[in-house]
Write a protein of this length. Structure first.
Length: 146
């Protein structure tokens, strides 16, 4: 009788945890969906954020939305470059995140991205690997992988 009671309690706790997890996942999907439609509708991930003292490579919107450390490294003069070469300025919003400001400010080709990244890379082999890439998407994918 006690064993049956323990099994029922355990099953009920497991079911409650699964429901809570499912609700949390649905809330996260809803929040990132609204964030994408409001701020990132025209941006192709992965992206790289170029600041004066460094860069941050981001693989997808979920990572950008939930990783607060990404937002700590961004400055007011930082630029966001998406995987097709569009550049955006960033602005700080009340939720504590940096988002693209309105429309794109221009485009960047792979040569300019290599030139901007050069001084920010620490190891010579990283510069060689990036110099061997011909496309912005390949360069950003390489940065995301590290």
């Amino acid at each position: 009788m006690i064993i049956d009671w323990i099994k029922r309690q355990s099953a009920a706790a497991k079911q409650a945890k699964e429901l809570k997890t499912k609700a949390l996942i649905q809330e996260q999907e809803r929040a990132t969906g609204e964030f994408k439609s409001q701020y990132f509708a025209d941006i192709a991930f992965p992206i790289v954020i170029l600041s004066k003292g460094g860069y941050t490579a981001v693989s997808d919107l979920g990572e950008y939305y939930y990783d607060i450390d990404i937002h700590r490294g961004i400055e007011s003069n930082s630029e966001l470059v998406d995987s097709v070469g569009n550049k955006y300025n960033l602005k700080f919003i009340e939720t504590g995140r940096w988002v693209p400001y309105r429309k794109k400010t221009g485009t960047m080709d792979s040569g300019e991205l290599k030139r901007r990244l050069g001084p920010l890379l620490y190891m010579p082999r990283h510069k060689k690997e990036i110099d061997s890439k011909k496309d912005i998407r390949e360069i950003i994918d390489l940065l995301v992988a590290e």
